[in-house]
Design a protein around this ligand. Structure first.
Ligand SMILES: Cc1cc2nc3c(=O)[nH]c(=O)nc-3n(C[C@H](O)[C@H](O)[C@H](O)COP(=O)(O)OP(=O)(O)OC[C@H]3O[C@@H](n4cnc5c(N)ncnc54)[C@H](O)[C@@H]3O)c2cc1C
Length: 417
């Protein structure tokens, strides 16, 4: 295949090797391959079929897909479109965000299983001659020479091998292996919550249709309408899962039914704790995202909390910025460490601002709610304002749907195509 990475069983040489086939790694692989760069993406699992990845695709990502000419095909996949986010806060229905006015080709949030999104991108990428995706290939550490990262050691069922690359990208998520193996550090910013992630069947005839959440003293439950089922996220204080589990699954079913009574009949389908996944939440960021020959992006560089459901968005925007800034130097064999620094400069501020907002919500809203504080006599002032002045709902919609520094990546990556 002309231009494809050189491939022998023992050794492989390419221009860019990306560890991690999540939103950051796969989108970066696709974009670089579209720009003519030889790319190998490594994904340690054999498929994308895991249900704890987050299911949202935001208007800013729809803009990227539109610009790439992929939006119509993407929207043919089964999905739901969310124009408003609504919650039950201490017994009152509150509209938190209205996406109808966000500046995007489609002003709504798409709910879609992440494996469908990743399969879609992988399918598009496989059509490109310089793209290669290796499933079941785990990056176990960087290869170094003279203080520079020059490749990755990879483990597959067939054994170990090395991939040499002009650039290695660590897009291997929150529990990144490559970052640590390269001696780079990350600062833990703390998260007072964990999440219990499970699904319940949805009764289309009787259940409500809206996607949102319920807040009561001592409990928060997010319910994402996935048509035939509810994807549920039950937020708990960090480290409290074990105590909850010792009380038994029946007690947990009861808790869920108390917070959201319409779910009571469906909770019977939770047969045991195997049906409920504990997702540990962390917020962290690297002071420095790169070193010679290596760049970290997405959650590997800045692990995001689920608050606002924006981590996928940020990961994809990192990929777009990285592709824009690195495709030409990679193709022309003149990549410098200053190019990697430019990616961090471009993306660090949006990640920091978003994390700051997530920390504020975690500490000021979620932690007191979970501590079991009494319901306040009145709605908190910002929520009251959102109910009185509906136009203000555009602000959270923009923050969630577009993110900070809107549009920067679009004008940026157009240069490359
Ligand atoms: C409970 C919870 C719910 C969330 N819900 C949402 C949501 O609804 N919307 C949203 O936008 N964000 C959500 N987030 C945040 C979001 O999941 C992340 O910010 C986002 O997935 C980051 O994308 P990524 O590509 O950087 O990493 P990941 O999505 O973590 O992808 C990393 C990939 O690398 C692979 N990998 C790992 N190690 C290796 C290795 N050594 N070799 C090869 N491959 C490897 C993994 O299998 C994975 O496929 C949630 C987070 C949590 C904790």
């Amino acid at each position: 295949m002309p231009g494809a990475p050189t491939d022998t069983p023992a050794d492989l040489s390419t221009e860019c090797c990306i560890a991690g086939g999540g939103p950051a790694g796969l989108v970066l692989g696709y974009l670089l391959a579209r720009a003519g760069v030889k790319v190998v993406v490594l994904e340690k699992h054999g498929d994308f079929l895991r249900d704890f990845r987050g299911d949202t695709i935001h208007p800013s990502t729809l803009t990227v897909l539109d610009d790439l000419g992929l939006l119509e095909a993407f929207l043919e996949l089964p999905h739901q479109e969310i124009s408003e986010l609504t919650g039950e806060v201490y017994g009152q229905t509150v509209t938190l965000a209205d996406f109808r006015h966000v500046p995007a080709p489609r002003p709504f949030l798409v709910l879609i299983p992440q494996w469908d999104f990743l399969d879609f991108i992988a399918e598009q990428a496989r059509r490109l001659p310089t793209f290669s995706l290796r499933m079941g290939a785990k990056a176990v550490g960087v290869v170094e020479r003279d203080g520079r990262v020059v490749g990755v050691n990879v483990e597959t069922v067939d054994g170990e091998s090395a991939i040499r690359a002009d650039l290695v990208v660590a897009a291997d998520g929150r529990h990144t292996t490559l970052r640590d193996s390269a001696g780079l550090t990350s600062e833990d910013l703390g998260a007072p919550i964990d999440v219990l992630w499970f699904r319940l069947p949805r009764d289309a005839a009787h259940d409500p249709s809206r996607t949102g959440g319920t807040i009561q003293p001592g409990a928060m439950l997010v319910t994402l309408n996935r048509d035939s089922y509810w994807q549920c996220a039950y937020v708990i204080p960090k480290g409290s899962a074990e105590a909850l589990q010792t009380k038994g699954i029946a007690a947990f079913r009861q808790r869920v039914a108390t917070v959201a009574p319409f779910l009571a009949p469906a909770t019977a389908t939770l047969a045991g704790w195997d049906d409920v996944k504990l997702l540990s939440v962390q917020i962290s960021r690297m002071p420095r995202w790169y070193r010679d020959g290596l760049l970290c992006i997405g959650d590997a560089a800045h692990a995001m909390s689920p608050v606002g459901g924006v981590g996928i968005n940020l990961a994809i925007q990192d990929a777009v910025a990285a592709s824009n800034l690195l495709a030409t130097p990679l193709r022309e064999k003149c990549l410098a460490t200053s190019d990697l620094a430019a990616v961090q400069r471009r993306r660090e501020w949006p990640a920091r601002v978003t994390q700051r907002m997530q920390i504020a919500v975690q500490n000021e809203v979620l932690a007191p709610v979970l501590a079991g504080a009494q319901a306040p006599a009145h709605l908190p002032f910002p929520l009251k304002l959102l109910q009185r002045l509906p136009r203000l709902r555009r602000i959270p919609a923009r923050l969630i749907g577009i993110g900070v520094r809107p549009g920067s990546f679009r004008s940026c990556w157009m240069r490359d195509w």
